[in-house]
Each structure stands twice: as C-alpha cells, then as structure tokens.
Design a protein around this ligand. Structure first.
Ligand SMILES: C[S@@+](CC[C@H](N)C(=O)[O-])C[C@H]1O[C@@H](n2cnc3c(N)ncnc32)[C@H](O)[C@@H]1O
Length: 293
C-alpha cells in the first residue's frame, strides 16, 4: 500500500475560528479594499500575526516590495510558508516563526516600516494580546508609519442576559451550595453567540472604549455615565467592535460576522431602573463594574 505523505504539521490542532475567520467574506473584502486603496506599491510592510498568510499575500498582490510577517504559532507559521510558496510569493514575503516581541528583540523586523498591519482582534478586542502588540507596534513604528487598523471602536450596552450569566456562574444544585466554584468564573468577558442570545437592552448603546495602537492611553480605565432606559435585572454588558482600516470597516456586529459578541459579566446581577443614573467603570482587560449614582 502506498504511504500517504503529509507535512509534519498536518493534523495539529489549531483553534477552529481560523477557518471561520478566513471564510468571513465581509472581513476579507474590507481588508483587501483597505490594502488596495492605500498605495502599497514598493512599500515595506510588517505584519503581526500571519495566520495562513492571507493579508500578507494581499499586500504582495497590490505591490508591496517586502512583507515581514511574524507568527507566534510555529505550526501555523510553517503552514503559511508552504501556502505562500504554493502561491509563488515567497520572494516577497518572509514569515518569521516568532511572536512580535521575540522578532523585535532578535532584530527580525525592520524598524520604521511604511505600514504595520495586524488583525489580532478577539470578540472583546484585547484578548489576543492587544496590549503587547500595541507596545510592539510603538517600538518599531516611525513618524510616517501607517498602522492598520488605525482605530478600533468598541460599543457596549447594559443588558439582561440570563443565558450568558448562567454560562459563567453556579449556585444551588440538588440542594447543595456550589457557589464556591464561582472562583473560576470569567471576570472580564467571554464570547457569546449572537444567534443563540437575545439580550434585553437596559441602556442605549455607548462607546465603551476607543483603541489606537499608537496611543498608550487607549488602555487607561474608562468611566461612563449611563442612564438606564428600561428596568430589569442587569447581568452585564454586551459589546462588539468596529475596526477601521482607513475607510474600510471590519465589524464583529451582526450574525454574519465570524466574531461572536463579547459578554462582560457583572460579579452579581444588579437590578436597574429606567431613568436612573449609573457609573460604569471598565479596565483594560474588559472587566466592568456598575454602581448606582
Ligand atoms: C486573527 S489571526 C489573523 C491572520 C491573518 N492576519 C489574517 O488576517 O487572515 C491572528 C494570528 O496572529 C497570531 N498572533 C497573535 N498575537 C501575535 C503576536 N504577538 N506575534 C505573532 N503572532 C501573533 C495568532 O497565532 C494568529 O495566527
């Protein structure tokens, strides 16, 4: 019987979202539109987070002179190199099998490139290492470097969402108090399916945070003054984001996006009253606190 020869990394487990992400045609079209419209001809590009190499190959397609792309997962970096070779773009794209932090430390990434691109956003923006990546971008960006995305806006609303809350807490079961297990509850946020959740809005939607990779104060604590527009038991905040790549928008909003919504639980559900004022505080991890004022 003939032996089947597969690459060394075949069959390795990578998170399933890689596939849904690469098949998210709205995301891909916005990224391609942004790259096509920003005159990358002859430019030096640094990418943080190669994945399968899609964005790197788009930069090459639109004429970038060199793309240096780092990928911290070695198996994914190996696969990206094979894919880039299969697409005959290996002369213009270098995949560095390191985290951006290591690649900068080892001098593998050029400083002051023309463009720095990253699409390392999770449902709640910061969970894939936003803070480190932003520090790394600031380390190599020059005064004329264009960063893509140029800003990410995160929106939130207070909500009743029993289903989401119950995914993260336990109390009495079979007559036993299991609440001690709540020490493992997620404090900041976790993804929730927009198809399976129907949160009841208790407040208008507000801008929770504006992120700018070049601005370190993007991660400072935020405080919002919120007036509830409905009464109900508040379990937390649901958030989604818009990432701006110039005039092109990548959004986690809506059921067609591969991103899920983020649910930021309150430590304890809190009754809110229509017309009453609340202070909502948020830290850089997405953890929220709600106080009546
Ligand atoms: C969301 S995927 C995007 C892939 C590709 N840029 C695209 O748009 O199709 C992000 C990738 O970045 C990698 N990654 C995340 N943080 C990184 C870092 N600091 N340095 C290098 N790679 C990173 C992850 O392993 C993942 O493969």
């Amino acid at each position: 019987m003939n032996e089947i020869h597969l690459p060394a990394h075949a069959g390795s487990k990578v998170p399933r979202w890689h596939f849904t992400m690469m098949r998210d045609s709205a995301r891909n079209a916005a990224i391609e539109g942004a790259i096509a419209s920003c005159n990358v001809k002859g430019k030096i590009v640094v990418e943080i987070g190669t994945g399968a190499g899609l964005a790197a190959m788009l930069f090459a397609r639109y004429g970038a002179r060199r793309v240096f792309s780092c990928e911290m997962d070695e198996r994914i970096a190996d696969a990206a190199r094979d894919i880039i070779r299969a697409n005959e773009l290996q002369d213009r794209i270098t995949v560095i099998s390191k985290s951006s932090r290591e690649a900068i430390r080892d001098g593998d990434l050029p400083s002051t490139p023309d463009i720095i691109f990253t699409e390392t956003l999770d449902a709640g923006v910061v969970g894939e290492g936003y803070e480190t990546i932003a520090e790394d971008i600031r380390q190599i960006a020059g005064p004329t470097t264009v960063v893509m995305p140029d800003r990410v806006q995160q929106f939130g609303f207070l909500c009743t969402d029993v289903q989401a809350f119950e995914k993260n807490s336990v109390f009495n079961q079979c007559g036993f108090d299991l609440s001690g297990f709540n020490l493992f509850a997620e404090r900041s946020y976790f993804p929730v399916s927009q198809a399976q959740h129907d949160p009841v809005y208790l407040s208008p939607t507000f801008v929770f945070r504006n992120y700018d990779y070049l601005n370190p104060s993007s991660l400072k604590p935020v405080k919002h003054h919120i007036i509830a527009h409905s009464s109900g038991l508040c379990h937390g905040m649901t958030s989604y984001f818009n990432a701006h790549f110039g005039k092109f928008l990548v959004t986690s909003r809506g059921r067609r996006s591969h991103w899920l919504a983020a649910f930021h639980p309150l430590q304890e559900a809190m009754p809110v009253e229509s017309g009453r004022h609340y202070a909502l505080r948020g830290d850089k991890t997405g953890l929220i606190r709600l106080l009546s004022i």
